[in-house]
Design a protein. Structure first.
Length: 760
């Protein structure tokens, strides 16, 4: 069917390449076709035409009759036909398809006692073939979920409302998986890892020619190589075994038809007529023929969704040319928007912005009639433009775009998109350091998500709120909100999310200096991740453990963990994460006093961040290079890099970095006896710190300005500043701190000098 769809709907020049793409899912292809040619999802009706079950269908029907439980991901009605043709009364057959079905029939043992023969269709179906009820919305939901998840993204297990049934149906039983390749790791495999209290897991791995003999393997949690463990199926089974939710895990390599034929003992007679309807002929009769633009658009969307940006860019430019020739304004807007999206994904922000703005201008001036799709197109455009401005640190422009998006969305009922835009506004305020305003936006978005029951959105907003409290060192509140995220992760069965949330807990306790508790959380996250086998998350955990050792001044251990993390990132080609770890390694060498080594790694980090146009990370690289050159005595280079760091900090309005640069560069000018320059830098730091109520920086700035005044013999002014600094420390119960003691000593010296001057 996939071959038929591609040949029927796609431009001929792309057919061979499309047919050879690894990872293209049937559901993904169907979702694209539904959006363009088949709004009513007629293509799935093809699978309801066949009424001739094969041996596997009769085997599953026989299993149901004998009291076993059967769940299927298939869309067709062939198991139902097999049940009826096996003599089961239709009144005794229950098909579980909808949300209500899963909630009403979540106790399979009770149904079995009533003599009911139940089939659980976990991916939905076009209809309930027993009752005649239309259930197409269940299938649309599944296809939409499949279609919207690109290959390689962190995808989720089955919906929470199905979890009770899954738990009840598998408790203390053996689970047999057959007819499933495991190649589309969407919801079945993550769900298998969540199931608890299983006796055994038995995976039937189909072999076309098994030469009349099955081969049975028991899976060991320590398997990590060899011919059997190198394929996708064994990786899945090793992951299930590592979860320790089943006593034993088996893989059986066998020809499935041969196996079921023996087990059924030839008691079912198959139809003598094969189902032989040609899919491509059926498509021609039932699905409208694509026009020239659609023939290019469908392969474009496949390439785009699979991140094959060069191929997708070639085709969308072709679509733009055709649309301009035919004067199809809506397609011109779509093409320009997608060209912008590709450039955004490739980090070409100026090109992306240019395309988005062109699309937006046409959209506003073309006189489109208002419609939901067009409003959404406008919302998408301004949201994308806002995101570009956000990444460039142009917060005013980003806010203006998001506000336009909110005004447009108010004409619709798309509350989920509204929550996303409101949350984006929160991100702008967060990046500006306006945490109270960011908090208000996140909380507003959270209310919408709660009304919608959008667990993913709720988790995202709660995470953002927790991050604000962590940034403000309000650790109890941060723990509270990350705890809520953890509950949602558990509710959704999101083990990967749980591992990430555990990392955040570790970071909270690391920020508090509670290194033992931080390490406990990182260790727990690492153990969970070992079961999941997610190398990307593992590298992040190792990096964080390295940071703990660095903070504890155990530089040797820190470098060991950073090196382990870096090796995994290099293997996975995760360049942005590599820059973070390279930066950490450079910082560790700097604190270690090994300046040449520090320079090497910080420069590597800077080069990556320059290539990726990550200006905010470049800011940290510049700042650290300035510190290194200062430590080496190269004052001109140190001042140059402080200047570069300050330039980026001003772009992003990063007040924390601005104060650090002002203080550190001010100290250089102070040591060079350039008191006017030093004074200006210290005063700038003081101004920001007082606006932010940052006690630590305010006291440091007052002390530094007083030092300049002492050198300038402005002793009365110096005394006033030192007294003010002590007053602030006393207000915050820091009168016994080391800073307070040092300032008292300086103040005593200043007072004695004033007295001496008075006497003389």
């Amino acid at each position: 069917m996939m071959e038929a769809i591609i040949k029927y709907t796609c431009v001929e020049s792309e057919v061979d390449k499309l047919l050879n793409i690894n990872g293209l899912r049937f559901e993904h292809l169907i979702e694209i076709v539904r959006d363009t040619l088949d709004e009513e999802l007629k293509v799935i009706d093809f699978y309801g035409l066949c009424e001739k079950p094969n041996l596997q269908h009769f085997f599953l029907a026989d299993s149901i009759k004998r009291g076993h439980f059967v769940l299927t991901t298939n869309f067709d009605f062939l198991i139902e036909h097999a049940l009826i043709q096996s003599g089961v009364n239709e009144d005794d057959i229950i098909c579980v398809i909808t949300k209500d079905d899963f909630q009403n029939y979540s106790n399979p043992e009770a149904l079995k006692k009533e003599g009911k023969k139940v089939l659980y269709k976990i991916h939905g179906s076009t209809k309930n073939s027993i009752t005649g009820e239309s259930t197409k919305t269940t299938l649309i939901t599944t296809l939409k979920a499949f279609g919207s998840n690109k290959k390689g993204l962190n995808i989720f297990a089955v919906e929470p409302f199905k979890r009770e049934l899954f738990n009840n149906i598998t408790k203390d039983r053996s689970l047999v998986i057959m007819g499933y390749s495991g190649s589309d790791d969407f919801d079945v495999v993550p769900t298998l890892k969540l199931l608890e209290d299983l006796q055994d897991v038995i995976w039937i791995n189909h072999i076309n020619n098994d030469e009349g003999n099955e081969k049975i393997y028991e899976i060991d949690a320590n398997m990590d190589g060899g011919s059997e463990s190198s394929d996708n199926t064994n990786q899945i089974l090793v992951g299930i075994k590592r979860m320790n939710n089943a006593n034993r895990v088996f893989r059986i390599n066998v020809n499935t038809s041969r196996m079921v034929k023996i087990l059924l003992n030839n008691k079912h007679r198959l139809s003598s007529e094969d189902f032989s309807m040609n899919p491509i002929e059926w498509l021609k009769e039932n699905i409208r023929a694509p026009d020239e633009i659609i023939k290019y658009y469908i392969p474009f969307r496949i390439y785009f969704d699979l991140n094959l940006f060069d191929d997708s860019l070639k085709l969308i430019k072709k679509i733009l040319t055709i649309a301009e020739k035919l004067e199809k304004q809506s397609w011109i807007v779509n093409a320009l928007t997608f060209i912008g999206e590709i450039n955004k994904n490739k980090g070409n922000y100026s090109e992306a912005l240019d395309m988005y703005n062109k699309a937006s201008n046409i959209h506003e001036s073309s006189g489109f009639k208002p419609s939901k799709s067009l409003y959404l197109s406008r919302v998408t455009l301004v949201n994308n433009i806002g995101t570009i401005y956000l990444r460039l640190g142009k917060y005013k422009e980003a806010l203006e775009c998001y506000q336009i998006g909110l005004e447009a969305i108010d004409n619709l009922e798309d509350m989920e998109t509204k929550a996303t835009i409101i949350s984006n506004i929160g991100v702008v305020y967060y990046n500006k350091g306006e945490f109270s305003r960011a908090l208000a936006q996140y909380e507003e978005a959270l209310k919408i998500d709660e009304q919608l029951g959008n667990l993913w959105g709720m988790a995202d907003r709660l995470y953002n709120i927790g991050s604000i409290h962590l940034n403000q060192s309000n650790f109890p509140k941060a723990v509270e909100y990350f705890g809520e995220v953890l509950k949602i992760d558990e509710q959704m069965g999101n083990l990967s999310g749980r591992a990430t949330t555990l990392i955040h807990f570790g970071n909270i306790y690391k920020a508090q200096g509670n290194f033992l508790k931080a390490m406990n959380y990182f260790d727990e996250a690492l153990k969970l991740n070992e079961k999941l086998g997610d190398k990307s998350v593992k590298s992040m955990i190792l990096n964080n453990i390295g940071e703990v050792y660095k903070d504890r001044k155990n530089y040797h251990e820190a470098l060991k963990f950073f090196d382990k993390a870096l090796r995994i990132m290099e293997e996975l080609e995760e360049t942005p994460k590599m820059a973070i770890t390279l930066f950490n390694i450079g910082n560790t060498y700097f604190e270690y006093g090994m300046y040449d080594q520090a320079l090497k790694f910080i420069i590597e980090s800077l080069e990556i961040n320059k290539d990726l146009k990550y200006r905010n990370r470049m800011m940290s690289d510049f700042y650290t290079l300035a510190l290194i050159y200062f430590a080496q005595g190269d004052i001109p280079l140190a001042l140059d890099y402080f200047s570069e760091s300050l330039k980026v900090a001003r772009e992003f309005n990063d007040l924390t970095m601005m104060t650090r640069v002002y203080l550190d560069s001010g100290k250089i000018y102070f040591n060079q006896w350039n008191y006017p320059f030093a004074l200006r830098r210290f005063e700038e730091a003081l101004k920001i710190s007082e606006e932010q109520n940052n006690t630590e920086v305010t006291v440091e700035s007052l002390n530094n300005i007083a030092a300049v005044y002492i050198r300038q013999h402005r002793l009365i002014d110096a005394r006033k500043l030192l007294e003010k600094a002590l007053e602030i420390l006393n207000m915050h119960a820091l009168s016994d701190s080391d800073d307070a003691k040092m300032i008292k000593e300086t103040l005593d010296y200043v007072k004695s000098q004033i007295d001496d001057n008075a006497k003389s």
